[in-house]
Design a protein around this ligand. Structure first.
Ligand SMILES: [Zn+2]
Length: 160
């Protein structure tokens, strides 16, 4: 079991990682732990968390985030092999309250999907009004600058 270096008080995921709270683990290594979600979307719903407390994705070392996805990919494959009803797999990460994050320790949901299971995403009213290429370029440029790759950078810019 891991001793979180910054074990936040009242963080259920830190308590699970350290073994202080009950959980059904399916994977644990030096960087991440994966366990059964106690309120599953479908049977087989797994949550993957970094072993060290990070409230937001921006607090998480990139290598740990990459490893979370590596293990998520492995678990998605395992779900399909497990005999649990699983005709598809969704991964879901909520970063911030507006994105429906409820537990402020980064976690990646991985869960099986079966037709008619009732889970879904709801689009906003503006979804069907597609932006122009100029609008996409304007927003894309803001994001490229924020990443640190301006128009003169080595970003792959496929605009004609
Ligand atoms: Zn935590």
């Amino acid at each position: 079991m891991f001793d979180c270096s910054i074990n936040m008080n009242d963080c259920i995921f830190c308590d699970i990682v350290s073994g202080q709270a009950e959980a059904t683990l399916v994977w644990q290594d030096d960087l991440v732990s994966a366990f059964m979600d106690i309120q599953p979307v479908n049977v087989g719903h797994i949550d993957i968390v970094p072993n060290v407390h990070a409230s937001r994705l921006s607090d998480l070392p990139e290598d740990t985030g990459a490893h979370m996805f590596r293990i998520a990919q492995r678990i998605a494959h395992a779900l399909r092999q497990s005999g649990i009803p699983c005709e598809g797999v969704n991964m879901f990460l909520a970063d911030g309250k507006a994105a429906m994050q409820e537990i402020f320790h980064v976690h990646l949901h991985v869960f099986p999907r079966i037709p008619g299971d009732g889970f879904g995403l709801k689009f906003g009213e503006d979804y069907f009004a597609k932006p122009t290429r100029a609008e996409l370029e304007e927003v894309g440029e803001k994001i490229r600058r924020a990443i640190g790759q301006g128009a003169e950078g080595d970003v792959v810019n496929r605009a004609p």
